[in-house]
Structure formats: C-alpha cells, structure tokens
Design a protein around this ligand. Structure first.
Ligand SMILES: *Cc1c(COP(=O)(O)O)cnc(C)c1O
Length: 372
C-alpha cells in the first residue's frame, strides 16, 4: 500500500527510515531473538537504548550539565499538574501567559491544585491568533509559564519573556527539536513525544537540578514527583520502553539531518512555502498573525469563512470545509480537518513532513481553489 501524506497534529508522521528500521528489528533486536517490545527494561539489551536516547537529547538540545533529562508518562496533560505540584511550593503563586487551549488548561490545573494563578497576558481578544508581547515578568512567583508553540492556534513565540530569577517553564510539546532552543533560559521544559519525536507514550522533561526538591505536601503521589524520576534515571517503574526506542531512532535521524539547526532550515522552508501560498491566495487565508506564526501547525480558512452567522453562510462554510477534507483524503492528504475552535483546516508540518509533501499539498489546494 502506498503511504499517504499525513498532516495530523498528533500523533503524527514519523520518518520513513525510522519506521523501516523498526520493522526490520521487530522480530529480533540486535541478535537478542526478541522484539524491544518484549524485553525487560532492566536487561542489558534495553539499558543502552534508554541511555542513548537521553544522551542524544542532551547532545541535540545542548542541555547543560545542571539539568536532568527525564522520560515520564501521562503526556503533556500530566505535566500541567506536576509543574504546579512540584514548582508552585514556595509562595504558591505562578504567572501564566494565556495563548490558547493548552496554556489555559495548564493554568486551570495549577489553580485546581491550589496554586494562585495570575494570567499576566492573554490573546483571547482575537481568538488567540497572536502571541502577546510580555517583555518582563516580575513578582514573587514560583514560576512563569508559557506554551511555546500553540498547536491548535498555530502560533509560536518569537521572543522569550525576561523572568530574572523566576524559573521559566515552557510546554514545547509541538515544537521540540524543530529549531534550536537555549535550554539555559528555562527552569523546566516538557514535551509529549507524539507530535515531533516519537509515537505517543513518553513525555520528555528537562529540569534544572535546583528545582528538583521534595514537595511540601506529603500526599503528592510518588509518581508525580520529579525527584522520583530524577533519582531513578527514569526507571523508577517500567518506562514506555518501545516508545523510547523509537524516540532514539528519531533523534539519530534528526542528527543525520543537521540537528536542531537542520530541522529549523527544513521547517522554515516548508512553512514559508505554505504561508507564502496562503498569503497570496484569494481563496485561502492563514489565521495566525504574522510575527506569531508557528512553523509546525498552520491553520487556514477559505473565502467562505466570512464570519457571517446567518444560516446560509454557516452552511456554505461547513460544506466547503468538509468537501476540502474529503477530497484531500481521496487524494492522499490526511488529517487536515481544522480544530473546532479555529475552524477551517490545519496542516501540521512537523519535522518528519518533507517539503515535497507540502508542495504536493499546495498543488492540491490550488486545484481545489480553482474548482470552488
Ligand atoms: C498535544 C498537546 C498537549 C497535550 O498532550 P497530551 O500528551 O495529549 O497530554 C499539551 N500541550 C501542547 C502544546 C500540545 O500540543
């Protein structure tokens, strides 16, 4: 069967080379006579796999010595709670910048756990289509929180707020290793792997060592303490072994393709190609404002999204969107349906998507525009 062009926001496409390697090693990994799926995580065959994945993260992201790299479970969503419970413990106050669904969920989770949340800026006024400019964050906050790439809204920070001594925490689920990032500017970074790194099942956490402490609340579950995972090299309990194995392969693929710098070049080319088409089209338009645009997630509308709320206009808009998605699928372009909060379509063009795939999509879009 032919492979499709997969524009899913997550889980998302993986490099074909990686999938082929996994397939080749499925029945017998490295002469062990077992699949990595079947192996003890404490075995001499498995331990180098997790150690290599960690070393590759440190290398590719240039992670300083005083940071720990953890592999945990529970996705980005569990990090919303862990960040609050482990970091929001001195003054119990935290600053959040609200740039969309994921940032808002993180703030709500922190509030639920008793952290006094201040939303210091929000782009809600324009349906989160831009990143608010916050040059400096000051106050007695335990941490300041941002979502660096907003998967649903298709926005991305082009700057980092200055936070002084306040640890900056960032959700990098949908932009991890899509570009170089100065880890030393952050207290904590986390990313669910299923957007840009691996299949679902593992969450990468990079945390500055001084932030790994006991939690004052004795009822914090052991599994929800960074300390537990840091002290046990992410092996306190059974890690998501196979996902970490695939992650390691993806990291080597990234290295082969120029590392974080190489990914940025590749991603910039793809995003420029698509945005350039959208910005010059009479039929389509991008929803994210210039200066805040994501290289990874590109939501767009058609000319039938007029904002008019009468029945006829709404029906026309709905019909054209579903026609687009249906015809795209028939032509081999999958998962282009937009998120309901933005409407229209969304193309997620993570590291593994090629420029060739984006060009093919634009050709399809042009054909569709002419016919409609
Ligand atoms: C997908 C996503 C999440 C949620 O991740 P889960 O692993 O499904 O919990 C959080 N933040 C961002 C930016 C995301 O894209």
């Amino acid at each position: 069967m032919a492979r499709v062009w997969n524009f899913s926001a997550g889980p998302s496409c993986l490099p074909e080379e990686v999938l082929k390697e996994c397939a080749a090693e499925m029945m017998d990994y490295n002469g062990t006579g077992q699949s990595v799926m079947e192996m003890s995580h404490r075995s001499s065959a498995y331990e180098p796999i997790i150690q290599d994945a960690e070393a590759m993260i440190r290398k590719l992201m240039n992670v300083p010595e005083n940071y720990k790299i953890l592999f945990v479970q529970g996705g980005g969503s569990t990090q919303f709670a862990m960040v609050a419970q482990n970091l929001g413990i001195k003054t119990g106050k935290a600053a959040y910048i609200e740039t969309g669904v994921w940032a808002k969920k993180a703030a709500q989770e922190a509030a639920k756990l008793g952290v006094e949340v201040t939303t210091i800026a929000s782009s809600k006024d324009k349906n989160y289509s831009y990143i608010p400019k916050v040059e400096k964050i000051e106050g007695d906050y335990d941490y300041a929180y941002i979502c660096l790439n907003n998967t649903i809204m298709g926005t991305h920070y082009e700057y980092l707020p200055e936070t002084g001594d306040i640890p900056l925490v960032a959700d990098i689920s949908s932009c991890v290793l899509s570009e170089p990032l100065d880890v030393s500017k952050f207290g904590l970074l986390f990313a669910g792997a299923q957007k840009n790194l691996a299949p679902a099942g593992v969450t990468l956490v990079i945390i500055r060592e001084d932030l790994i402490t006991d939690t004052p609340r004795k009822d914090t579950p052991t599994m929800l303490m960074y300390k537990t995972h840091a002290e046990n090299d992410s092996m306190y309990n059974t890690p998501p072994c196979y996902t970490i194995y695939v992650l390691g392969k993806v990291l080597h693929w990234i290295e082969k393709n120029g590392g974080a710098e190489g990914m940025l070049k590749r991603n910039q080319e793809k995003a420029d190609y698509l945005y350039n088409y959208l910005d010059n089209s009479d039929f389509y338009r991008a929803t994210a404002e210039k200066g805040s645009r994501s290289l990874m997630n590109v939501p767009f509308l058609t000319k039938y999204s007029t904002g008019a709320e009468d029945e006829e206009s709404v029906a026309k808009e709905k019909a054209i969107n579903s026609k687009f998605v249906k015809e795209a699928e028939a032509a081999g372009f999958m998962n282009l349906k937009g998120h309901r909060l933005v409407g229209g379509m969304r193309a997620s063009i993570y590291n593994a998507m090629s420029l060739e795939g984006v060009k093919a999509l634009v050709d399809f879009m042009e054909k569709f525009a002419k016919e409609n």
